[in-house]
Design a protein around this ligand. Structure first.
Ligand SMILES: NCC(=O)CCC(=O)O
Ligand SMILES: [Zn+2]
Ligand SMILES: [Zn+2]
Length: 340
């Protein structure tokens, strides 16, 4: 005889919602990962024909433009729709104003027209920051005492953003965390009639994190002295993250970002809930990449199930787009139509 369950008891039966894959999919549609949910960060170097593996990020390399095009072609065939470009210089000199961030020799400025022509469907975002180009390695212009000169910094950042936009960037992404940079860039784009065809992706809540270590090696952007705690956010501060989002929205940001990802899921959720009108980006940073890579390599966890779980958690917390060095492998999984 059937057991008679009360209405309340029936409500609490969960297994009947997840007994096959289709039913499980219905429970998780908002956390699906498609190629549109991924943005791939790439490093462009001065020598057009070289490839430099990055030792702190096994599997990730810096590319000259000719090699980068070969690297991107198959990924675009698998659905890659956007990249985030970083320039790295070795021979060009660095100076206190980061002159080579927007000189005609800058590898990003040189690469943009060629990327636009080679990949007409690819959306190209450019990281805008001074740190890879300054002799002191800080993200802004400094006063003689080493503190940030904010007005001079946002003037430089505006000039650099406009130069990348003129060279063909669809999106400029300021990562410096200077006050007023979004408004300054928007002003610069307007002055050059670019406002309607270039978006600003704001690194809205960028925390002073221990997870950027491998990136500083990758981008050769280690500060020569001190740290970035006077402009990046303290890891415990929800208040500053929400104020930063409010500031960037008020200044006209088109998209918002939280960075890093895994340690800041609560921040992302709050920013997304406060500003649901804005696409939310999350940056799964170099240390998060290295952590999963090395743990899997050491046999501590299963690479695929751990990475899939992290990706889903980023989506669940509110990310529309995940910026990830793992993009090539995730595109493979998607293409094989296997669940990630
Ligand atoms: N402005 C870009 C970064 O700081 C990237 C950090 C990382 O991948 O560790
Ligand atoms: Zn920087
Ligand atoms: Zn940075």
């Amino acid at each position: 005889m059937d057991k008679q369950l009360t209405h309340v008891e029936n409500q609490h039966v969960l297994h009947s919602s997840i007994f096959n894959q289709t039913l499980r999919d219905w429970q998780t549609l908002k956390t699906e990962i498609t190629p549109r949910n991924l943005m791939y960060p790439v490093f462009i170097i001065e020598n057009d024909d070289s490839v430099e593996p990055i030792s702190s990020m096994p599997g990730v390399s810096r590319y000259g433009i000719n090699k980068l095009k070969h690297h991107l072609q198959p990924l675009i065939e698998k659905g890659l729709s956007s990249i985030l470009v970083f320039g790295v210089i070795d021979k060009l000199p660095k100076d206190p104003l980061g002159t080579n961030a927007d000189s005609q020799e800058n590898p990003v400025i040189r690469a943009l027209p060629s990327l636009r022509t080679a990949f007409p469907t690819l959306t190209i975002a450019c990281d805008v920051c001074l740190c890879p180009y300054t002799s002191h390695g800080h993200c802004g212009v400094l006063f003689p005492d080493g503190t940030i000169n904010n007005p001079a910094s946002i003037q430089r950042i505006k000039e650099i953003a406009v130069s990348y936009a003129k060279a063909g960037a669809h999106i400029v992404a300021p990562s410096d965390m200077m006050d007023g940079r979004i408004g300054s860039i928007k002003q610069g784009l307007a002055e050059h009639d670019l406002r309607h065809k270039v978006a600003v992706l704001s690194y809205t809540a960028k925390f002073a994190s221990g997870f950027y270590g491998p990136f500083r090696d990758a981008a050769k952007s280690q500060p020569a002295f001190g740290d970035r705690k006077c402009y990046q956010l303290p890891p415990g501060s929800t208040g500053l993250a929400l104020r930063a989002a409010k500031r960037d929205v008020a200044e006209g940001a088109d998209m918002l970002m939280v960075k890093p990802g895994l340690s800041y899921l609560d921040i992302m959720k709050q920013v997304k809930e406060k500003y649901p009108e804005y696409p939310m980006f999350v940056y799964q940073v170099s240390g998060e990449y290295a952590m999963i890579y090395h743990a899997a390599k050491a046999g501590a966890l299963d690479f695929r199930s751990a990475l899939s779980e992290v990706m889903v958690s980023l989506r669940r917390a509110g990310a529309d787009v995940i910026i990830s060095y793992f993009t090539p492998v995730v595109l493979d999984w998607i293409q094989l139509k296997s669940k990630i």
